[in-house]
Design a protein around this ligand. Sequence first.
Ligand code: UAG
Ligand code: ATP
Ligand code: API
Ligand code: MG
Length: 492
Amino acid sequence: MKASKLINSLKFKQVQPALDSDFDVTMLTQDTREIKSGAMFVAVDGYHVDGHTLVDQAVAAGAKIIVAQKPINVAVPVIYVQNTERAMAILADVFYGAPSQKMRMIGVTGTNGKTTVTHLIEQIYRDQQQATGLIGTMYRKIKDKKLPTANTTPDAITTQRTLAAMRDAGVDTVAMEVSSIALVLGRVWGIDYDIAVFTNLTQDHLDFHKTMAKYAEAKAMLFAQLGNKYGADGTEKVAVLNTDDPVGKEFEQYTAAHVLTFGLKPDAMINAQNVQIQSHGTEFDLSVFGHVTHVTMKLIGQFNVYNMLAAFAAAYASGIPEDQIIASLEKVPGVKGRFQAVPSHTGVSVIVDYSHTPDGLLNALETIQDFAKKDIYCVVGCGGDRDKGKRPKMAKIAVQRSTKPIFTSDNPRTEDPEAILQDMVAGVPDANVPVYVDRHEAIAKAIAQAQPGDVVLIAGKGHEDYQILGRTKHHFDDSEEAAKALALKPTI
Ligand SMILES: CC(=O)N[C@H]1[C@@H](OP(=O)(O)OP(=O)(O)OC[C@H]2O[C@@H](n3ccc(=O)[nH]c3=O)[C@H](O)[C@@H]2O)O[C@H](CO)[C@@H](O)[C@@H]1O[C@H](C)C(=O)N[C@@H](C)C(=O)N[C@H](CCC(=O)O)C(=O)O
Ligand SMILES: Nc1ncnc2c1ncn2[C@@H]1O[C@H](COP(=O)(O)OP(=O)(O)OP(=O)(O)O)[C@@H](O)[C@H]1O
Ligand SMILES: N[C@H](CCC[C@H](N)C(=O)O)C(=O)O
Ligand SMILES: [Mg+2]
């Protein structure tokens, strides 16, 4: 794409020196490590490095033009803007040809349930013979092709590049997790969402947002960004809100879009009644504007009823018939690492779950309490370099809701693992909970001690196949560890 076209897409900027001749920009990037000759490099002031200090490296690697928000001294033209992250979002949208406008874009935000809901949505649209794309915690997925991701919601350039690849592959509908951090950092500016979904808001990420009010405000942005376009031509914007959560009710005022509400309370437009939780699935009566259908799903737990309602509502908003949505949701087996049973012939049930917030852990343990007949083991840790306020709370929930809590490490990252565990123990000073810093040992001990009829919950890492110690990722998989420990027990 011509440099002039990209420059013109930025309404307010100064180019120094002005271009004496136009040229082709071969790639757009914020990362010197991927620069190719002819690149436009956007300097971003990050948490570890200031991209403005890397501009010489960028030019040496082949950058022909630089976007900056601070004075820099280089031999190529510089586009000065107020905020390079905002400019990056605009440039990315233009460079990749505004791909989000060509597909149905469904954004899902909320503390818990985003990965689950996006996968449910993917299944529903696939069953409609649509080509789907997915962006989220586990991967970016173009139809069946999975690509790795560093973030739940990637930076603006990676996101637009991915959306362009989806558009080029013929994708019709994209289900995308939108994290609060991404909303604050402008990673999704430029994405033209058609449907935005709110699952819930409970404590997480307070290291970043500082207060729950600020955290809620971040999530509200997704709904505010839905815009003001109306019309009965199938392109209407819809906000899907969980109104059982007071924050969801509040979000109605942040959006100009059509509002579709869901919840377990009967005043929601789409609601579930008579929920029955079993160890192998969940049943309930689904009411859609008063039309009731009995639903039997394989997903377990009340929290998954919420997830199913969210996915149902998103699909309903785009006009898919009720019975067809239900048929899709009834067959979904579950999502990797989300309340996933590890095969066991020992009489001990082992569940791997990605609960890494107080509310997630509470929901997982409450669900187990609904069907457990004997002891409940809970192997849990808390992530390093993340919201420290979660630690005593998660510890307390583990002690209150399981009979055999065991504390261990999650991803310590750059923190001292022992110090993280001390923060957990501080939440339950009198409980005398066994602590194993080594997660492998904690899982092995729990499963070795468990008796037939007991349930072992391994919380916090779900699908992750690594553990981050310092800045290094080591292979580690809760399901694999559980399977090894189960293999040492007698089968019954
Ligand atoms: C705190 C945070 O959000 N960090 C994100 C940020 O990294 P950073 O600010 O540390 O980047 P940096 O290393 O300082 O680099 C600054 C700039 O210099 C550039 N650079 C850097 C080094 C170099 O050699 N060359 C170069 O050009 C970088 O490309 C970048 O543009 O920018 C990176 C690129 O976009 C992100 O991958 C990274 O996310 C990290 C991995 C992270 O862990 N983020 C978490 C907190 C996060 O965003 N989580 C949310 C929520 C998760 C959920 O609830 O599901 C998410 O959406 O993932
Ligand atoms: N609707 C829900 N309400 C409360 N807890 C939930 C809900 N859905 C899932 N959980 C719990 O949260 C965990 C994470 O679920 P999921 O991965 O779907 O959420 P997420 O929002 O994508 O998380 P992340 O912020 O890490 O991307 C699950 O393993 C489960 O314990
Ligand atoms: N998306 C979440 C995942 C947390 C997973 C947990 N295993 C941890 O490392 O804390 C985050 O980055 O905060
Ligand atoms: Mg997720």
